[in-house]
Design a protein around this ligand. Structure first.
Ligand SMILES: CC(C)(COP(=O)(O)OP(=O)(O)OC[C@H]1O[C@@H](n2cnc3c(N)ncnc32)[C@H](O)[C@@H]1OP(=O)(O)O)[C@@H](O)C(=O)NCCC(=O)NCCS
Length: 323
């Protein structure tokens, strides 16, 4: 018998403002056709001035709690993956804790940029397997619109805002790949590549800064690293591509998503794709895809999922989970 971290609820939040590709044509030398063909993105949501990362995270977390039929004080911990916290500190996770009305347990942020949700899931799983907690809210929430250089057409058209959350619960499994819950995780980073994707602000500048990216260089790393981490995680879980029902990839670029699926020998009909509607929402993209994929009727109980993500650092990883 093994302890497993099982998803018992999920939810998401998207700000109401939807920006179509064509809206950028008024201020930038770009067009819908370029953005769509190079990235697969057609539109994205942007937070309103009064909305921030913790509020969106709270809305997604509340939806996950409602989905599970539980209250905030039934949860032992909150792990929030974000690179765009409301303030440098306290953590956005503690703000969510307060906004949910949760008066016990603990909360902290994880920062691994676009791989953040995978890193947060792995940390939550480790806390559950070590017996320290029984229920953990794992959230990804981002307001990347606040770190965009609106004069840089090579980045500002690619990102969006939103939040997604899952509620994990310790349950007992048989110790086989048929168990529900997290079956394996694989985390990686290589800090030598920090110039490829970073924000040029922080305590060293006294400003929040703007996202800077060498997109074609990130692209070159992405497919190989994503396929490798997904393969490692599947080997650890004792499953093969033939066992997988859904790839739930980080939603940065449709060509990266297609290239990775191809390398893993899985058809696009088994990939949850939301990049056309959300753009790249960094750490929020996988939990958004989980929640939207579940709502669409794609992801069903007992389906075998492989999640994979890469982002600034570089940091990348994968999680194999039976829903
Ligand atoms: C960003 C990305 C879509 C660019 O596509 P690409 O095919 O690599 O294009 P390049 O960066 O080589 O740029 C090609 C040309 O398009 C231009 N261009 C860039 N953005 C443009 C835009 N929004 N509209 C029109 N032209 C644009 C460039 O200036 C360049 O022009 P040049 O050849 O005259 O210099 C692509 O590299 C990508 O998606 N990379 C991965 C990024 C990513 O997912 N990052 C997040 C990981 S978490």
């Amino acid at each position: 018998m093994n302890t497993r971290s099982v998803v018992i609820g999920c939810g998401h939040y998207l700000p109401s403002r939807i920006v179509e590709n064509s809206e950028f044509e008024a201020t930038l030398d770009t067009n819908d056709e370029w953005i769509r063909s190079r990235s697969g993105i057609e539109r994205r949501h942007f937070a309103a001035d009064h909305e921030n990362t913790s509020q969106m995270a709270t809305a997604a977390a509340q939806a996950a709690l409602d989905d599970a039929g539980l209250g905030a004080d039934d949860v032992d911990a909150i792990i929030l993956a974000t690179s765009t916290p409301d303030l440098t500190f306290p953590s956005a996770a503690t703000m969510v804790q307060a906004q949910l009305g949760m008066t016990r347990g603990f909360a902290f942020d994880v920062q691994a940029v676009c791989a953040g949700f995978v890193f947060a899931l792995a940390n939550a799983n480790a806390l559950i397997l070590s017996g320290q907690v029984s229920r953990v809210l794992v959230i990804g929430s981002e307001t990347f619109s606040r770190i965009m250089d609106w004069t840089d057409r090579s980045t500002c058209v690619l990102f969006g805002d939103g939040a997604g959350a899952v509620l994990l619960e310790a349950q007992t499994g048989e110790g086989t790949a048929q168990d529900r819950g997290i079956l394996s995780t694989d985390l990686n980073s290589d800090g030598r590549h920090r110039e490829l994707l970073y924000v040029d602000g922080g305590t060293s500048t006294g400003t929040v800064g703007y996202l800077r990216m060498q997109g074609n260089q990130v692209f070159r790393h992405a497919v190989g690293k994503l396929a490798a981490t997904a393969t490692t995680a599947m080997e650890r879980a004792g499953v093969t591509a033939g066992d997988v029902d859904w790839i739930v990839p980080h939603q940065a670029n449709i060509r990266i998503i297609q290239g990775t699926a191809n390398k893993l020998n899985l058809p696009m009909s088994q990939v949850v794709v939301t990049v056309q509607d959300h753009g790249n929402t960094s750490a929020a993209s996988i939990p958004l895809a989980l929640s939207v994929g579940r709502d669409r009727g794609q992801i069903k109980q007992d389906d075998l999922l492989v999640m994979e993500a890469i982002g600034g650092g570089l940091a990348w990883g994968a999680v194999v989970l039976r829903w």
